[in-house]
Design a protein around this ligand. Structure first.
Ligand code: PHE
Ligand code: NA
Length: 500
């Protein structure tokens, strides 16, 4: 007999878990600089269009898939056709990869919580982060571990596995229900505080002054769609997995709207807070906001520490800021790790605990081996670029082309959504999921492949990109096909509502 399938106790529990997954590091450090670099206030136009034409429609699509089949991605796709199963494994693999490096960033943020208290970075936050903290070496792979990174990353994995072992309701949902409200309150206090810093207005002007010319640049639109995908955690198999734990009668589209808009609200709030703070820093240093608004990891671990040193009460402010990163990150990490846990559990008929130990243990070991050495940051950066820009977009294209164009199953999903939901989907939804999004994504994918193939990435050595970029994606594809060849246990098939 099949092991009893876990469920969320209520729709509220699901919504908290889904918001917990969506609200993450991407909202806090990714959105502000992506918006800033892509037209400022004008970026909100492509961003909202991407949310409405791709983000929310795809949330509905993945909720319908998971809820209808009550299965994680591989089995959910398998229910349509055997040819679709590798897509499910590919998404599962991407989640596996992202978890490996996402854990490392949470570990750094955990350290920086405590560094804030003593302003440990002195007056050169940049050399502190890259040099003293990460011990960054030459690009290439090394197995020289950095203890200051090793220990926090191990702790992150212990906490993550500890939550997941408690199960879907008692672990994932309860943790999110506790920490998401706390996160919102602390973050709101930080944002309000930042608005009262001298120079905050100039920061907000820098972020929101619209550059409408940017709207004619296809790159800006790609950035908007990319941000929406990453930020809503779609196409990583997460939402399929979470929706598979919902009870039979659940208002899916209502939940999707709540999750989609909450995530964007948090993101815009973060943009306001981050740029108010950057405005203060620019004023303190007598420079333009543009000079202090560096992108990516540097924003959180270099620009913010610098700022924390300069502001009154910085130690407390810094501690709270990094605590927000840690908790936003942890609720996302558990959602990522649950994807391979559930998928492999279904494929091999394991119990939940066994699957948590095998998958969590394996991810933890790989994460520690790759991310905590002196070259960890280069490996991380490469994996991130390929997994996000190629892997995710590729997985989304494969999924939409296969389900929508080849198998023509979108009407099945539409009918499923409408049978259980309050907000009904119609032709517009079919047009978004069946035409607009796949066409755009195919264009994005081709552009990205050309860029990586011709320009490489960040001057990293081709060997590094070959192994952790192209090689990793290739390995994923092979593993996806091999796993598809493994037979499904009867117990897992019985547990889904669909005959395969
Ligand atoms: N959505 C999360 C964020 O905004 C990131 C994430 C990506 C989480 C992929 C899970 C999977 O940070
Ligand atoms: Na997000």
């Amino acid at each position: 007999k099949s092991p009893q399938r876990e469920v969320f106790a209520s729709r509220g529990a699901f919504i908290f878990a889904a918001i917990g997954s969506a609200v993450g590091l991407g909202n806090i450090w990714r959105f502000p600089y992506v918006a800033y670099e892509n037209g400022g206030g004008a970026f909100l136009i492509p961003y909202l269009i991407a949310l409405l034409t791709a983000g929310i429609p795809l949330l509905f699509f993945t909720y319908a898939l998971g809820h209808r089949t009550r299965a994680a991605a591989p089995l959910a796709y398998r229910s349509f056709s055997r040819a679709a199963e590798p897509i499910g494994w590919f998404k599962t693999g991407i989640a596996f990869i992202i978890g490996i490096y996402y854990a490392a960033i949470i570990g750094w943020a955990g350290c920086f919580m405590f560094f804030s208290l003593k302003l440990s970075w002195g007056d050169d936050a940049e050399s502190f982060f890259f040099g003293e903290y990460l011990h960054l070496g030459d690009p290439g792979v090394s197995f020289e571990f950095v203890p200051g990174v090793l220990i926090p990353v191990i702790l992150v994995w212990i906490v993550t596995v500890g939550i997941l072992i408690l199960g879907v309701q008692n672990g994932i949902a309860r943790f999110s229900k506790l920490f998401i409200p706390l996160l919102v309150v602390v973050f709101l206090i930080l944002v309000i505080r930042s608005l009262f810093l001298p120079g905050a207005g100039a920061g907000l002007n820098a972020l929101f002054t619209p550059n409408f010319e940017a709207l004619t640049d296809p790159g800006v639109w790609i950035a908007a769609y990319g941000q929406i995908f990453f930020s809503l955690s779609i196409c990583f198999g997460i939402m399929i997995t979470y929706a598979s734990y919902l009870k039979k009668k659940t208002n899916l589209t209502g939940a999707g709207l709540v999750v989609g808009f909450s995530n964007s609200a948090f993101e815009i709030l973060a943009g306001i807070g981050v740029f108010a703070a950057l405005g203060f820093m620019a004023a303190a240093q007598g420079t333009a906001v543009g000079d202090v608004a560096s992108g990516g990891i540097g924003l959180a671990f270099v620009a913010f520490p610098t700022l924390i040193s300069q502001m009154p009460g910085g130690a407390f402010f810094g501690f709270a800021f990094f605590a927000c990163l840690v908790f936003a990150g942890l609720t996302s990490l558990i959602s990522i790790v649950q994807v391979p846990i559930q998928a492999l559990r279904e494929k091999f008929g394991w119990s939940n605990k066994l699957s948590v130990f095998i998958v969590g243990g394996l991810m933890a070991v790989i994460s520690v081996l790759l991310m905590t050495t002196i070259t960890g940051l280069y490996v991380l950066d490469t994996m991130d670029a390929w997994a996000n820009n190629l892997g995710i977009v590729g997985a989304a294209v494969l999924a939409l082309v296969m389900v929508g164009w080849v198998l023509r199953k979108l009407p099945v999903l539409r009918d499923h959504l409408n049978a259980v939901s309050s907000f009904k989907v119609n032709k517009i939804w079919l047009a978004c999921v069946g035409v607009i999004t796949p066409v755009l994504l195919i264009y994005m994918l081709i552009q990205q492949i050309i860029t990586f193939a011709t320009e490489g990435y960040e001057d990293y050595p081709p060997g590094l990109l070959g192994v952790f970029g192209w090689g990793m994606i290739g390995l994923l594809a092979v593993v996806s096909i091999v796993l598809t060849l493994v037979k499904w246990p009867q117990s897992s098939i019985d547990a889904t509502k669909i005959a395969i």
